[in-house]
Design a protein around this ligand. Structure first.
Ligand code: NAI
Ligand code: MG
Length: 491
């Protein structure tokens, strides 16, 4: 007998072992009791204010500003002044230096930012640490590289900045969405007024300190916190030349209506109901990992989440079986602990929305599965959920749930998969799992989605354009394409 086997005889691996808690220290983050608005490089006292909390335990973290229309006006004026007084005429190579500096400081302060992101937003620290913050830095590095090469990116088109950009971002990837918005805007020579989502303002406010360290000229970036009213004031402001919005389709449509005829440039990145399509020739275990990553990553608060799983009928049973087994191993809990895979739901409002749609799924006749797991008593939590027996007409197959809830449907032929996958008002992303390269290419061509992942899911890279079809919005972020919305061309 080998040494290893002998040990196993004496002490068998316990059946119900679990991880010991491994909480990340909060001490790296120095929170202020109150935050103002960041306008013209200074902290400005807001007209009104509100409290921001941790969704994991409902603890109050800080008081932040609810910027009024007057506050927004001040921010736009500061951005305009900075645009005219030098930023827009700075050589691209000089702008690049600031962006590179910001990227490096984000790396240096990554632990602090990751802890704060998890504290205020509820996502597991391993995601904010390994995904959100590194990708945010990567976006600044990438667009820093373009700042002095715009004429090569768009030859013979004489690119120039648009002016003042108003940017409104959501709560699912607070710092990363800030980076997606700011990096290309600044690289192109614009100045910005950015509004974080009301439930997750803190990393954007900490980012103001990164800007101070980077010595970015005052007024180039202004950050006004507040809810939809602040966002609406920014959209309405006549001094804004371009609006970039990421959020719900309803608000996106309202913004588009409001801007019709104003000549302001607009990009919208809205909701999704992505199809993740699994063929019978795929590597099954790999697909299960991709399905889990597709819908339970970031509690399913992902616009491109693989929320509709289409499985080829012949493998539906074994696949769902494997998936359920895998769900039992997902750990749900404290976002600041290094172990959990699934953290807290971002807000009470979002939790209620998830519960409403899950109840609708049960009522309409789908079969629900949730692995046994103990949810914390305080805070906003929802167990990873799978629905089988789902018809295409059910609300859980049609509407964006934006939570850890998967709807499983089946298909027989590739044609049927395409037809069902495209049967949605959205078109942001899709996934295909098969061993056949030719099938991947054929599917990618048929699927009406901005991104199609093959044998993987939820992969992001600053060099790759991202955006939607149909009600998922228009315009692209990332890559060379992501520069265009922030440029005006003399043709
Ligand atoms: P939302 O669209 O209301 O919020 C997104 C951002 O827009 C926030 O910063 C918010 O303050 C701002 N906003 C709200 N009303 C506005 C207005 N009238 N004018 C300008 N800005 C405004 O999204 P919400 O209510 O947080 O979530 C509702 C649903 O939207 C979610 O359940 C999810 O389905 C979807 N959603 C999609 C996101 C995506 O990444 N595509 C992100 C967030 C939500
Ligand atoms: Mg809303």
């Amino acid at each position: 007998m080998t040494e290893i086997q002998r040990k196993q005889d004496r002490a068998p691996v316990p059946k119900d072992w679990t991880y010991a808690p491994a909480p990340e220290s909060r001490d790296v983050v120095k929170l202020q009791d109150r935050y103002g608005l960041f306008i013209g490089g200074e902290w400005v006292e807001p007209g009104e204010s509100y409290e921001t909390i941790s969704p994991a335990n409902e603890e109050t973290l800080a008081t932040v500003g609810q910027a009024t229309a007057e506050d927004v006006d001040r921010a736009v004026q500061a951005a305009r002044a900075a645009f005219s007084n030098g930023w827009s005429s700075l050589p691209g190579s000089e702008r690049a230096k600031y962006l590179f500096r910001i990227a490096r400081i984000l790396q240096e302060r990554s632990r602090e930012l990751a802890v704060l992101e998890s504290l205020n937003g509820g996502k597991p620290i391993k995601e904010s640490r390994d995904v959100d913050v590194p990708l945010a830095a990567a976006h600044f590095f990438y667009y820093a590289g373009w700042a002095d090469k715009l004429e090569y990116a768009f030859p013979n088109r004489k690119p120039g900045p648009v002016g003042v950009a108003g940017q409104i971002i959501p709560w699912n990837f607070p710092l990363l969405m800030l980076a997606w918005k700011l990096a290309p805007a600044l690289a192109c020579g614009n100045t910005v007024v950015l509004k974080p989502a009301e439930t997750t303002p803190l990393t954007a406010l900490l980012f103001c300190d990164v800007l101070r360290q980077a010595e970015l000229p005052p007024g180039v970036v202004n950050i006004v916190t507040g809810d939809g009213r602040t966002g609406a004031a920014l959209v309405e402001h006549p001094g804004v030349d371009k609006i970039a919005f990421t959020g719900s389709t309803d608000v996106g449509k309202a913004i588009q209506r409001r801007l019709a005829g104003t000549g302001k440039k607009l990009t919208l990145e809205l909701g999704g109901k992505a199809a993740n399509i699994v063929f019978d020739d795929c590597a099954l275990d790999q697909a299960v990992e991709g399905i889990v990553n597709g819908i339970y990553f970031n509690q399913g608060h992902v616009c491109c989440a693989g929320s509709r799983l289409f499985v080829q009928e012949s493998i539906a049973e074994p696949l769902v079986e494997k998936l359920k087994k895998r769900l039992e191993t997902l750990r749900v809990g404290d976002p600041l602990d290094k172990n959990p895979d699934v953290g807290a739901i971002n807000s009470k409002l979002q939790l209620d929305r998830i519960k409403e749609l899950v109840a609708a799924g049960e009522e309409e006749g789908a079969e629900i599965y949730q692995p046994p797991c103990r949810l914390p008593e305080k805070g906003y939590w929802f167990a990873p959920t799978v629905f089988t027996n789902v018809a295409q007409s059910y609300r859980i197959a049609q509407e964006e749930i934006f939570g850890p809830v998967l709807s499983v449907l089946t298909f027989r032929t590739p044609e049927e998969a395409v037809e069902k996958a495209n049967n949605t008002p959205y078109g942001l992303s899709a996934g295909v799992w098969t061993e056949k390269g030719s099938r991947i290419l054929w599917m990618a061509k048929q699927l009406r989605a901005g991104v199609v992942w093959a044998n993987t899911f939820n992969r992001f890279d600053p060099t790759s354009p991202f955006g939607g079809y149909k009600e998922s919005g228009f315009g692209r972020e990332g890559g060379l394409h992501g520069l265009e919305p922030y440029l005006r061309f003399e043709e």
